[in-house]
Design a protein around this ligand. Structure first.
Ligand code: HBI
Ligand code: FE
Length: 290
């Protein structure tokens, strides 16, 4: 499958019909293990006081550590007894229908490759650090684990209905870039933020982005940016609230969204529960390209 990204060393690995490959954990070089350790140490520090409690607890429970690239089979054995989820190795992005089928069966497809040194700070394609450090801890939370399975099933249905772009926005603004209101303040659960040292700070502490209360219909109308920080972050009150809002038939929401206009990533809508009205200064100055 052409993903539009550079070919990593797993690109030509033999793959099953479900696009899974052999992680070949013994083939990782010392340099690759060392890169994981440096990524891990840095991100463990910057997420202290910023990652949600569920993610911090799971990192310990899953024994994620700076001791080299995790073996997905052994990590899955620890995760499976918690929520029934396993982490399966893939070479790169897989087709949407394959991706949803994995999620619907409590399998998280994780890239087996680790980013090259030249992309240490940022890469667009999900590598093993983004997938395992960013996504896997949240799969140890029973409620979020249910949400992710429901998302997989919803994704298969959305494809049939031609509503995938709306559901992809829901995924983007929750699973990848979601914030949660905890007793001590806003915290991060989105994997795209948790795996990025810069965005971990920006999402919580910069005056530029909007921070708005979560609303499924509103999310499905909202465009997103893929190559810079988010202009708006959406805040859930709890994982129960997220699951409750999503664990239902989206048919009526799709119908409502179909008639409504899309919102730009920076826009604030009249009905929004505004937590922080952003200055957008970072974006006006040109953003990551600036
Ligand atoms: N494939 N390996 C992998 N990881 C993803 O996160 C992923 C994917 N395929 C499609 C996809 N994400 C998104 O387009 C989903 O919204 C479908
Ligand atoms: Fe991701």
């Amino acid at each position: 499958m052409d993903t539009g990204f550079a070919k990593n060393r797993y690109h030509d690995a033999p793959r099953a019909a479900d696009f899974t490959i052999d992680q070949a954990w013994e083939t990782y070089s010392a340099a690759e293990h060392d890169r994981w350790d440096r990524l891990f140490r840095r991100q463990r520090e910057v997420t202290k006081g910023r990652a949600c409690q569920a993610a911090l607890d799971a990192m310990n429970a899953l024994e994620l550590s700076p001791s080299g690239i995790p073996h997905m089979g052994r990590l899955s054995d620890r995760l499976e007894v918690m929520t029934g989820w396993r982490v399966v190795p893939v070479a790169e992005l897989v087709p949407d229908d394959i991706f949803f089928d994995h999620l619907a069966n409590r399998r998280f497809p994780a890239g087996a490759f680790i980013r090259p040194e030249a992309e240490f700070d940022y890469l667009q394609e999900p590598d093993i650090f983004h997938d395992i450090f960013g996504h896997v801890p949240m799969l140890a939370n029973p409620v979020f684990a249910d949400f992710m399975e429901a998302y997989g099933k919803g994704g298969q249905r959305a494809m049939r209905l031609g509503q995938l772009h709306n559901l992809a926005r829901l995924y983007w603004y929750t699973v990848e870039f979601g914030l949660i209101q905890e007793a001590d303040g806003l915290r991060i659960y989105g994997a795209g933020i948790l795996s990025s040292p810069q965005e971990t700070v920006f999402a919580l502490e910069d005056a530029s982005p909007n921070r708005i209360g979560f609303d499924v219909q509103r999310l499905m109308r909202t465009k997103y940016i893929i190559d810079d920080f988010q202009q708006t972050y959406f805040v859930i009150d709890s994982f129960d609230a997220l699951l409750e809002a999503c664990y239902r038939d989206f048919g009526d929401v799709y119908a409502e969204v179909k008639g409504a206009s899309d919102l730009e990533a920076h826009e604030i809508a009249p009905e929004d529960r505004v937590i922080t009205r952003g200055t957008l200064d970072y974006f006006k100055a040109g953003g990551r390209k600036g």
